[in-house]
Design a protein around this ligand. Structure first.
Ligand code: F0G
Length: 487
């Protein structure tokens, strides 16, 4: 067994098997309940996996947000937390970690990523503005639109292809960016947004080469560059793995380069540092000044920003650990294992494997379920019923309706099976693979969903749905024929 500097481990057998580079010291009991209990639980949850109670969930693959495993050093650091409303040493330790790892001098703490989006949108977006970006994230888009902005997704033609071997599907299309600037002029473009490891298209990274080109254009036109760094560690890891120029560069240096190219960055610490909270960082005092008072108004004093000081301490350690490849490679290597195994079996899945989770292509998996009946929501329901694995719908349910009340159909219908860092084992990953394989064989049993209760904003969180027929009962019946009394 050889270990190279990337945190990847080679096996003598030649097999590509992810290896846990940590040991488990605290465990939490999980519940793999009988299938009838799971059917009842999803009915009670309005066929929306967000509404499940985790006592009914076996493998919680809803998200990696706030669910990554913390390291022993992170937990230990919480003991030195300095409880103070103002001037807490915990904050200065966290600010020090950000200055060192991200290379940015000014740090504004916020209670989570979307709080940063609120502050940035309020500070910089005015009615009629347009914001170009590689792809939106749900809360990002909601905050920008709330402030009168319109988003433009200027991804490359490869971005939405399910099967692809393009290493950087998160890149911005340079020609589309130039055309957009030409059409709208620079006055109504407050900034260009780059999202690291682009979440909604399957955790797909952008390259430094693309970033350099986009930032150059932005500079030429005097437009600010903003980076969503919530999944920055993984994006940096993919740059090292996939971009020739950086194969011998450390993650630490790649991170410093990425942050140095943009004017402003923000992040959800629920992802980047395996804690809670979030932050906004910049080297520009003028930008810091524009946001500072909004932070004290919406979040809290500037040295805690809505976070507990314990979390701030753990965040400082977590940010430093982002530069450790044995930490940052863990989630991508487990995702790659599952993605490659599914792909080999002909089960439609987004390739190449990206960050944060395995993304199943639900229109390919359930071609008989029309998009208006939410194939991604239907597959999330079906997988939960037959396995207890909870995934997240990332398709039309996560979209909105137009002014005539018609669903705006999502570009892609994905079921995301998140791999929080250092949480699941290989056998749990193989269990998920096994149940997905069974479900694919029995896919014709799965039908659609329709809304019965639909909130006006971010409906995917709290909405309630029902199946369009008794297909969940039929699925349970078939499961019992094939698995007998087994869970
Ligand atoms: N930006 C990105 C790229 C995200 O993935 C998220 C959250 C946010 C911003 C908002 O951060 O949740 O701390 O307010 N993503 C979570 C997910 C919710 O499950 O992918 P937050």
């Amino acid at each position: 067994m050889n270990k190279d500097s990337s945190g990847k481990v080679k096996f003598f057998s030649g097999e590509e098997i992810p290896l846990e580079l940590h040991k488990v010291r605290v465990v939490q009991k999980l519940f793999l309940n009988p299938i009838n209990q799971r059917l009842k639980a999803i009915e009670d949850a309005g066929f929306n996996t967000f509404q499940l109670n985790t006592k009914d969930v076996f493998l919680d693959m809803l998200t990696d947000s706030g669910t990554n495993a913390m390291s022993d050093n992170q937990v230990a650091s919480m003991l030195q937390a300095d409880d103070a409303y103002a001037g807490s040493q915990s904050f200065y330790r966290m600010e020090g970690a950000i200055r060192e790892v991200f290379g940015t001098h000014y740090v504004l703490p916020v209670h989570q990523g979307r709080a940063a989006e609120n502050i940035i949108s309020q500070a910089f977006i005015k009615k009629g503005d347009v914001i170009p970006m590689n792809y939106h994230f749900t809360t990002t888009k909601a905050h920008m639109e709330l402030n009168g902005g319109t988003i433009f997704e200027i991804y490359t033609d490869e971005a939405l292809k399910i099967k692809s071997n393009n290493p950087f599907k998160g890149n911005i299309d340079i020609q589309k960016l130039k055309d957009l600037i030409k059409k709208y002029g620079t006055d109504c473009i407050p900034f260009i947004r780059f999202e690291a490891s682009t979440n909604l298209i399957g955790g797909q990274p952008f390259s430094i080469a693309n970033m350099r080109e986009v930032c150059e254009i932005a500079k030429e036109h005097g437009i600010m560059m903003v980076m969503d760094a919530s999944l920055i560690g993984e994006n940096a890891y993919f740059i090292k793995q996939r971009e020739e120029e950086f194969k011998n560069t450390s993650i630490k240096d790649i991170l410093l380069l990425m942050f140095s190219l943009v004017d402003l960055s923000y992040f959800s610490s629920r992802k980047v540092s395996s804690t809670r909270g979030g932050g906004i960082c910049t080297n520009r005092k003028d930008l810091f000044d524009k946001m500072r008072d909004l932070v004290t108004l919406y979040e809290g004093f500037l040295t805690y920003g809505g976070m507990s000081v314990r979390e701030i301490e753990a965040m400082a350690v977590g940010i430093r650990e982002t530069t450790d490849e044995t930490v940052i490679s863990q989630s991508p290597s487990f995702i790659a294992y599952l993605v490659n195994a599914l792909d080999k079996l002909g089960i439609p899945v987004v390739t190449p494997a990206g960050a944060l989770g395995c993304h199943i292509d639900c229109m390919g998996f359930l071609p008989h379920v029309p998009q208006t009946e939410y194939p991604a929501g239907a597959l999330a329901t079906a997988l939960y019923i037959i396995s207890g694995c909870r995934g997240m719908e990332r398709g039309t349910i996560s979209s909105v309706r137009d002014e005539n009340g018609k669903d705006i159909l999502a570009d892609v219908e994905l079921l995301r099976l998140a791999f929080p860092r250092r949480v699941f084992t290989l056998s749990q990953t193989m269990f998920t693979l096994d149940r997905l394989t069974w479900l694919f064989k029995n896919r014709n049993l799965v039908g659609g969903l329709r809304f019965v209760e639909e909130p006006a904003v971010l409906r995917f969180f709290n909405g309630r749905l029902e199946p369009t027929s008794d297909w969940p009962q039929k699925l349970v019946k078939q499961f019992k024929i094939d698995f007998g009394d087994s869970l």
